[in-house]
Design a binder for this molecule. Structure first.
Ligand SMILES: [Fe+2]
Length: 291
């Protein structure tokens, strides 16, 4: 079988003609998955697969083709603060939703990711791919915006590239916890050092060899060896530069989209401009240590 591909902005690809639950299961799906993965990487790190109908186990099986998942046996969990949003039967599945259940309990994290970030960048081995499945979407609103951090890097001056090439940045879940999470939700154990780490500001993609900026407003606290005050203007410049319209793609969700993004080379922002019910499920693939 052959898949159909269409550009998704300048940084992604839309895939049709594949049934992820059926065509990719078992060893027979290896070649097809190889084609899909290659198309995803060549396009720049974003991929939507339209019109999918998968259950949680199929979502997990598909995701594991990219690599091990947070909460897989023997693998680290996500930060404790989001543990309440995990699927009760499938801890690999992080629920993103504004809905509440019959007891008034949230069925997922409401307003998740309403800030520019790269998933889990505060870990030594941050997220590689995030794979978000849209089960229920509002009639309008709730788009997700992506920023191409490789294109943003390429467009920097030679002087800036040379300076950044020698620098590391500190990533810390506490940055988002202080601004994006309600106090009663945040779990203190998340600040014991497990959610803080240092990464190069410019990372080289393990598969494509492309360089990308790897700092984000959600989790980056400061540049290593610099004070917070010294870091601020440099980081703010990079964020302003990277979020210019030329580097962005805005995804308007369709029901049953599976969206796969590469956190190694993209930042994203979930626009919170809707009131109607939304329910999505995400798996998160563990990546390599950034270099
Ligand atoms: Fe996110």
């Amino acid at each position: 079988m052959t898949i159909q591909k269409k550009p998704l902005g300048t940084l992604g690809v839309e895939i049709t003609g594949v049934d992820v639950g059926r065509d990719l299961s078992g060893g027979n799906g290896d070649n097809l998955f190889g084609d899909i993965r290659q198309a995803w990487q060549e396009a720049g790190g974003l991929m939507v697969i339209r019109d999918q109908s998968i259950d949680q186990q199929q979502h997990i099986d598909f995701s594991r083709r990219f690599g091990p998942l947070f909460h897989d046996d023997g693998q680290p969990p996500l930060q404790d603060t989001v543990s309440r949003y995990l699927h009760p039967d499938y801890p690999q599945i992080y629920r993103v939703s504004n809905k509440v259940d019959a007891k008034g309990e949230p069925t997922g994290r409401k307003g998740a990711g309403t800030y520019w970030h790269s998933d889990v960048s505060f870990r030594d081995r941050p997220a590689q791919a995030s794979i978000l499945y849209a089960i229920q979407i509002p009639p309008y609103g709730g788009d997700t915006i992506f920023a191409d951090m490789a294109a943003a890097y390429d467009a920097l001056s030679g002087g800036m590239k040379a300076m950044l090439g020698n620098l590391n940045a500190v990533h810390d879940f506490a940055v988002a916890a202080a601004t994006q999470y309600a106090k009663p939700v945040v779990i203190d154990k998340d600040f014991d050092g497990a959610n803080q780490c240092v990464h190069p500001i410019v990372r080289t993609h393990a598969d494509t060899g492309r360089k990308s900026l790897y700092v984000n407003p959600g989790f980056t606290s400061h540049i290593e060896g610099f004070t917070a005050e010294e870091s601020r203007p440099i980081l703010d410049h990079l964020y302003k530069h990277a979020t210019q319209p030329e580097f962005l793609y805005r995804h308007a969700w369709q029901p049953h989209d599976i969206l796969v993004w590469d956190n190694r080379t993209l930042m994203h922002y979930a626009v919170s401009d809707y009131a109607a019910d939304r329910y999505m499920e995400r798996t998160t693939v563990i990546g390599e240590r950034p270099v």
